[in-house]
Design a protein around this ligand. Structure first.
Ligand code: ADP
Length: 272
């Protein structure tokens, strides 16, 4: 498994009996959970199970119909957006930019919540932006228009902007779904390094169970908007849970090469 988190002390987010729906369609129902600091969480579940909705509720983009969400002990609704943006960064599933901003300009936007009203980036901000771009190997794209990049390149820019924000919490919504394995591992490594060294809390909606095993300290399995199962990765990444959540037969075993659990799947009888 992914090793021990640097710090785990006190609830960062508390969700009490949270329900949410789009129009009349209920999506999350009576959801209660406590996210701790310094931990890497994986949010897993089939398409449409409510993972994105949960992340959007956590960062205040959506508001619960009932129940309460507390961040650092204060109701989320009491946080000013700018103060929240200094603490929480979201890497959305679809990274959309309206104008032809360059990669550098977009990564620099990560610093905006830390600047005063008419303040510009200073030398330290530029240094940080340069370091993050080099770390995610997008420094060679710095002057390119983001809208002309591939999906995977855009995802790396979105992660770079979020890291430039230097948040205490990073919400990743399938942030590596378009990436090749090299860039997937370098992004997960960069993020996990910050979790271990700086106590960054990470909550990542993911599909790949093996990436989740590699990256996450704890997993939450959602199904139809309900929290079906949660706990330390080594305890809840089990064939019976995978079968219940996805309806798929799987084998889970410790892999000495990967140094964590890995999952193998078998196609339904008769499909192969
Ligand atoms: P996941 O991230 O697990 O795929 P989502 O949270 O995106 O799931 O979606 C949960 C459910 O809510 C799905 O049935 C989806 O169709 C529905 N949904 C998501 N966004 C909207 C929206 N803006 N309007 C109406 N329904 C939505």
């Amino acid at each position: 498994m992914a090793g021990r988190p640097a710090r785990v002390s006190g609830a960062l987010w508390r969700l009490d009996d949270v329900s949410f729906g789009y129009g009349r369609k209920p999506v999350l129902a009576n959801f209660s959970y406590q996210f701790e600091r310094g931990c890497c969480y994986g949010v897993l579940g089939p398409n449409g199970s409510g993972k994105t909705t949960l992340l959007d509720l956590l960062c205040g983009l959506l508001v619960p119909e009932s129940g309460a969400i507390l961040f650092n002990g204060r109701p989320l609704a009491h946080w000013r957006p700018r103060a929240l943006a200094r603490q929480v960064a979201l890497v959305p599933q679809e990274f959309m930019v309206d104008f032809d901003f360059s990669v550098r300009m977009v990564v620099e936007m990560g610093r905006y919540p830390h600047l005063g009203r008419f303040e510009d980036l200073d030398g330290r901000d530029h240094g940080l932006v340069n370091r993050v771009m080099a770390e995610l190997a997008i420094d060679g794209l710095a002057d390119r228009a983001v809208n002309q990049l591939s999906g995977g390149e855009k995802q790396r820019v979105a992660v770079a902007r979020a890291l430039a924000q230097q948040p205490s919490v990073l919400l990743l919504d399938e942030a590596t779904s378009n990436l090749d394995i090299f860039h997937t591992l370098s992004i997960l490594g960069a993020v996990r390094g910050r979790a271990r060294a700086q106590g960054l809390t990470v909550i990542a909606a993911m599909h790949d169970l093996n990436q989740a095993a590699f990256f996450c300290d704890r997993l939450l399995f959602l199904n139809q908007g309900r929290l079906l199962c949660h706990g330390p990765t080594d305890e809840v990444l089990r064939p019976d849970v995978i079968d219940e959540v996805y309806g798929v037969r799987a084998q889970v075993a410790y892999n000495d090469f990967a140094k964590c659990l890995q999952v193998s799947f078998r196609a339904p009888e008769g499909d192969c």
